[in-house]
Design a binder for this molecule. Structure first.
Ligand code: SAH
Length: 476
């Protein structure tokens, strides 16, 4: 961080402005808005400044700058076109440890003015530290359009009611929920947009008098396969409102960064070399937090109902009488194949797709190998790398062609996504040392990958004989 952004209270504090031209006018305008006591040093004053002088809004301290003038002020601005004078002001300020800004001369600034979006009392200040003013201007325009005009009034009203709300709700969580409920109330939004402050405050009082009993709830949220952009809007809302988030290893860092800063984040997954938190313990935690009246998010990789044990967790909540909701996510089979350029179905190659888990029992009569081995369908295998050899063997035994194209997609949708292409016969070798999480895709649609790959470096990490294996697959 090159600069520390702070908001300074300048009320009645003396600020020295050296220069009396149009640049000084701009700066003085902002200073007066902040209710500073403006002292100007300039040979001549711009007409706007002259009228401000007449109104008693500013003070004309002297016509010449003198080093001693910096001693009596809090902050200094030099806005002259005389470089050597600017330099003198800078040096004098430095000598007295005063903050100084020489307009448009960054090396002569110990503080800089950010670009401001003013919805007082809400203010947003942005800066690139001088690196890219144009980019900052464009960003400011975007933010101006994005931030509703009524947030200022909302904030003023909340300042007036803060104390009463605090009296009613002793706990921070209760207060936060009250304010969230009010600020997201559409009538309240409309009233503040129309500047109907009085009615808005009546609504606030009504909301305050309603029972605000804290009832805990759990939202089971699918985080998608990794790329934070694939999180749903509902999922984002849920993690932004949560008091506590229980997440597992498949949830990417970029998604965790979107969780509300002061929410408790509890890891309940499996870390390398360690055992995962037993499912029962996770279930108990969910119940415990919800019974404390908290808003709990159970955040899972992909979709919670696809090989995610989401159903089991909800059954436990149901038994404990805790209310819950489910926010679906993009499951790995959809995300990883899309980012790898493998369509799951295709009119010529696959009329159906099946998602299966690799934790199959090969001898089990539950596994219908006949069905799994059918051609013209895409088979997507979750958690399949360990059983790859078995899978390859059984599928061939039950009739799937040994040169059926296969793909291993590791870290799907993430910047380090890797795609390996081969054929069914060599699935076990292809899987060797593949990074996890990895998905196995089996079917003729994999042929399209070489043409449709679009994401990342489109790297194909071929194992030694890969080139020839791929040729076999293409000629299939
Ligand atoms: N509920 C999750 C799946 C959990 S099972 C979902 O809907 O996606 C875990 C398996 O999912 C992993 O073993 C792997 O096969 C697959 N997986 C999850 N994320 C993945 C990713 N980003 N890339 C490739 N495979 C992934």
């Amino acid at each position: 961080m090159n600069y520390l952004p702070i908001f300074v209270d300048l009320k009645q504090r003396p600020v020295l402005v050296v220069g009396g031209g149009h640049v000084a006018v701009r700066k003085i305008d902002s200073l007066l808005k902040a209710q500073a006591q403006v002292l100007v040093v300039a040979e001549q004053l711009h007409k706007t400044l002259l009228s401000k002088l007449e109104q008693g809004e500013i003070k004309w301290l002297a016509t010449q700058f003198d080093e001693s003038q910096v001693k009596q002020v809090y902050l200094i601005i030099a806005a002259t076109d005389d470089h050597s004078l600017n330099q003198r002001v800078f040096q004098a300020a430095q000598a007295e440890q005063r903050l100084v800004n020489v307009v448009d001369e960054q090396p002569l600034c110990s503080y800089i003015f950010p670009s401001i979006i003013d919805r007082s009392p809400i203010q947003i200040a942005i800066s690139s530290g001088g690196a890219s003013p144009v980019l900052i201007r464009l960003l400011r325009e975007k933010l101006e359009a994005l931030i509703p005009q009524n947030v200022g009034l909302m904030s003023e009203i909340s300042a007036r009611w803060r104390y009463k709300v605090k009296q009613k709700f002793s706990q921070l969580t209760q207060r936060r929920r009250f304010w969230e409920k009010l600020f997201t109330n559409q009538t309240f939004q409309r009233l503040t947009e129309n500047h109907q402050a009085e009615q808005a405050e009546i609504l606030l009082e009504q909301t305050l008098n309603e029972s605000n009993e804290m009832i805990g709830e759990v939202s089971l949220v699918g985080a998608g396969p990794g790329d934070a952009g694939l999180l749903t809007l509902k999922g984002l809302q849920a993690i932004q409102q949560a008091d506590v988030v229980l997440y597992d290893a498949l949830v990417s860092d970029s998604i965790l960064e979107l969780v509300r800063r002061d929410a408790d984040k509890v890891f309940v997954g499996k870390r390398a070399g360690q055992h995962s938190v037993p499912q029962q313990e996770t279930n108990q935690l969910l119940v415990k937090y919800a019974q404390q009246g908290k808003r709990v998010v159970r955040l899972k990789g992909g979709d919670p109902f696809v090989f995610g044990r989401g159903g089991e967790e909800l059954e436990v909540l149901k038994q404990a009488g805790i209310s819950f909701s489910v926010v679906p996510g993009i499951t790995a089979a959809l995300g990883a194949t899309a980012y790898a350029g493998i369509p799951l179905t295709h009119r010529d190659y696959a009329q159906s797709a099946m998602f299966i888990t690799g934790h199959l029992k090969s001898d089990s009569h539950h596994t219908n190998w006949d069905t799994l081995a059918r051609s013209n369908q895409t088979l997507v295998v979750y958690m399949g790398t360990i059983k790859a050899s078995e899978l390859s063997h059984q599928l061939q035994k039950y009739g799937r062609a040994s040169n059926t194209p296969v793909a291993i997609v590791s870290n799907g949708t993430l910047p380090n996504q890797q795609v390996r292409i081969g054929i069914l016969e060599n699935l076990a070798e292809l899987v060797e040392n593949a990074e996890t999480p990895a998905l196995i895709v089996i079917g003729e649609v994999v042929k399209l990958q070489s043409e449709l790959a679009w994401f990342g470096q489109q790297q194909k990490q071929f194992i030694s004989t890969q080139e020839t294996l791929w040729q076999t697959a293409v000629n299939y």
